[in-house]
Design a protein around this ligand. Sequence first.
Ligand code: COA
Length: 342
Amino acid sequence: MSDNSATIETVRDEWKVLTDEYHTLEESHKSYVNSITEFTKLQNKCLKDINHQKYRLSQLRQSIKKCTTTTDEESQLRDDIVRQMDSRAAHVRDIRQSLPQPNGLYLNIVLGNINSTLLDSEQRFKYKEQYEMFKLVVTCVILVVSAMDLIFQSRVCDAILHFLLVWYHCTLTIRESILVVNGSRIKGWWRTLHFLTTILAGVMVVWPDGLIYNKFRVQFVCYICYSSFLQFLQYYYQYGCLYRLRALGERYDMDITIQGFHSWMWRGLGFLLPFLYFGYLFQFYNAYTLYNMYKYDPICVEWQVPVVAVLYFVIFLGNTMTTFLVIHQKLTGKSKVKPKLT
Ligand code: COA
């Protein structure tokens, strides 16, 4: 029967069916609310129990230090307990990782006091994947805008590019802080770098148009093009790491092994490093050019020139040293491969 010819009885019957369905929905919602309450209770209980474990562990460690052992058996027992305590502390740390983490000052300021912990490894993986994808997409846009800026040499393109850079790096500081809350081991410098780059782009926004600005302009836009190109290479490397580490976590001894991962990683790094270090030389060259303008050019009066020079120099130093440190840690085995989804 079509809707036009519906009788009041059919409407009543359908309404009854809908009402029954609504009761089911009410039941489901009730059990959802109960589960949330139960879930929050369990979360708080786990956090409390973790604090208890930590507190008691530290007390017992103090006590065991004061214990005097006279026989071999007693020393053996003490060593055993110490070993078990170390392993317990590591397990407690792992459990803590899966529970909500404190946001930290920056996220609290930017987002307010909300919970930014993602609960399961699947969500964390997806978030990291989206972060890499976000960088890739915005990098493409930056590359297009900077290429247009080089071709058209217009102040409007300049302004769009500078605002885009401020927004992009600012957003990255937030996304990376959320990643860190969720267990990522991003080095502090890479996050600081985005803060510095945001400041740098902000200073470029307020640099007035003039002879000095125009002298540096082309070099700056070329540098942005090169760093976007670098971002593509980094994306390829980071995305590869992300998938391989996840495969390691899922199928530990099957088609991908730690050795397999290591050989892929070193090949990737071997390819990436020369490009990265060329980028760092470019940063140094930017600092050097601006320093020369500031020092020797009589028409250079803008405060932006020495500020941007110093920022480029700090960025050059930080990048060079951190990348060197990362490679050194990898070579000496201090940075451990941590499979995802554990
Ligand atoms: N930005 C954001 N996250 C980064 C990062 C970066 N530059 N470098 C590393 N990470 C992340 C990794 O993804 C990893 O995350 P996870 O714990 O969630 O898995 C974590 O930090 C630890 O990575 P690590 O093992 O220290 O290094 P890596 O092998 O992933 O990468 C480099 C090493 C050198 C390739 C990488 O740090 C890099 O590309 N550095 C250059 C960045 C740069 O110079 N940018 C400016 C260009 S002009």
